[in-house]
Design a protein around this ligand. Sequence first.
Ligand code: COA
Ligand code: ZN
Length: 297
Amino acid sequence: MLLPEKAKIIEVGPRDGFQNLEEFIPTDVKLEVVDRMVSAGFKKIQVTSFVHPKAIPQMKDAKEVAKAAVEKYKDVEFVALVPNFHGAKAAYEAGIGEVSCVISASEAHNKANIRRTVEESLLELEKIRSEFKTLKIKLDIATAFGCPFDGKVPVENVIAMMDRAYGMGIDGVCLCDTIGVANPAQVDEVLKAVKAAYQDKEIGLHMHDTRGMALANIVVALQNGFNLFEAAAGGLGGCPFAPGAAGNVASEDLVNMLEEMGVSTGVDLEKAVGVARLIKEKIKPELTGHMVNVCNC
Ligand code: COA
Ligand code: ZN
């Protein structure tokens, strides 16, 4: 098999994982989870989101979480998800160095999630880029592989959004299977088209495991030369504005698969399982990850 030597995992559990949990997680527990992620070897963590607290009450302590993490760990990159200019400004002011600006590839999901048309969100992205010159800005293309409202999303829409984003000087793009509908054949087709358009760009993937296809999709991505993946401890995650969306690929499952295949992640598997176990013990969510339930480590 043709595989990359290394892969990078961005741990998105504190944002994507926690945003779908109704009961408020105390800020110090969130920070304890971040501590354990850092000690497991995760070098990049999506630590929170600066969104309206009415939309996602769980993220109402975004500023505290971001500031504490940024202050404590100078050698870890902390990312925040933002839906608009207001959120990007708040993230920047909290000391965050990189934002993931989320815009959907489908109109209906962008409306449900951000309450804006795709075009309005892209104009907002342009405003964020021109205002915050030193901020690293990544475009998270939600519903890139399918939308709960609009169904199939043509790859041309995804590439058109990438054209706009790179044209503005955005630093990176992540393709998100928000509701976990992508299958390996589709992923192969989409990634080949994306690669043909943008050969030299490092493009991330964010695969939900709603239908059990996340790891299979990631194998296809590896074979297409992609090696930047987002994942969440324990397999938590989901978008409250995307009906039917469930957990992300579990970080520790991804670490296990990659390391077993000889792809180095820089993450300690036992400690990554430990993060999921800590979440289970302190927050008591249902975890869909595999390693957390089977690993004897
Ligand atoms: N964080 C906190 N407050 C925000 C905000 C943000 N990112 N963006 C806007 N606001 C405030 C405004 O200041 C305004 O406050 P005011 O009424 O006191 O003046 C109020 O919210 C309404 O602003 P508006 O621009 O009209 O927002 P909206 O009601 O259209 O909501 C979003 C738009 C994007 C803020 C909201 O839909 C949201 O937070 N969505 C995020 C969804 C999400 O996190 N999904 C999961 C991750 S993919
Ligand atoms: Zn997600």
